[in-house]
Design a protein around this ligand. Structure first.
Ligand SMILES: *Cc1c(COP(=O)(O)O)cnc(C)c1O
Length: 236
């Protein structure tokens, strides 16, 4: 029956969530990791409200969005009804959106420059809200891609702490689409170890098992959970 095959286009959202959670557990077992050590971030960008409700009904509480405005449309009202919701910004942030981002997100994963750190520090101070922070690293040194270069990450983390009073809890990366992601995952993991950071956001629908093998603590999965996006926007 196609309806029970989670890989099929007709699978329901709840079947897809169960299948992805199962794959995460298997990947953890395969590398001797506790399945509780990997958090599934459901990437809800471009999805209709109905899909969000179905995801919530499966018990999913951690969601990733890559645009501040769309995240507000999705979650601005809903979050009052879901007290244990965790919203993670996984897309590039503009300084002029810092206030809206600090007001909504529990975690901002895409900090990659000091100017942004300064803007966030101001808003955190003003609003008294303290989103946890990850630094995005451009492990492939791709010119068009967001993220700080690996060699510059340590200095940014230090300046964030010393100049802006911001604590970084981990690193995030999006490997180049046309390369084996494995070496990029390893590179991010070793950089995090070197900096003493425990959170590693890496792995998407196509490669989250490899990311888990490399030590990912947060996989960001969209299409494997919700189906192909009809209004795709590429990670950047
Ligand atoms: C869209 C997006 C994802 C999810 O991608 P899928 O391939 O659909 O799982 C993960 N991370 C970021 C930063 C994204 O923008």
């Amino acid at each position: 029956m196609t309806a029970t095959n989670p890989a099929s286009a007709s699978a329901s959202i709840s079947e897809r969530f169960a299948a992805v959670r199962h794959r995460i557990d298997q990947a953890c077992l395969a590398s001797d990791r506790d399945p509780g050590s990997v958090c599934l971030t459901a990437v809800s960008k471009t999805q209709p409200m109905q899909a969000l409700s179905e995801a919530l009904a499966t018990g999913q509480r951690v969601f990733g969005e890559n645009r501040v405005q769309e995240a507000w449309q999705h979650w601005g009202d809903l979050r009052a009804d879901v007290p244990d919701l965790e919203l993670r910004l996984i897309g590039p942030l503009q300084t002029n959106k810092a206030a809206e981002a600090v007001a909504l997100f529990d975690v901002i994963e895409t900090l990659d420059r000091e100017k942004m750190a300064a803007a966030l520090a101001r808003e955190i101070d003003r609003q008294g809200r303290h989103p946890r922070l990850l630094v995005q690293v451009n492990t492939g040194a791709e010119p068009q891609k967001a993220g700080i270069l690996p060699d510059e990450a340590e200095a940014l983390v230090e300046r964030m702490r010393e100049t802006h009073g911001l604590r970084v809890e981990g690193l995030m990366a999006i490997p180049p689409v046309d390369e084996d992601p494995g070496p990029h995952f390893d590179r991010l993991a070793s950089l995090a170890r070197q900096l003493g950071l425990s959170v590693l956001s890496m792995g998407m629908s196509g490669d989250f098992e490899a990311a888990i093998a490399a030590g990912s603590t947060h996989v960001r999965v969209g299409s494997a959970l919700f189906g192909e996006r009809n209004r795709p926007h590429m990670p950047s």
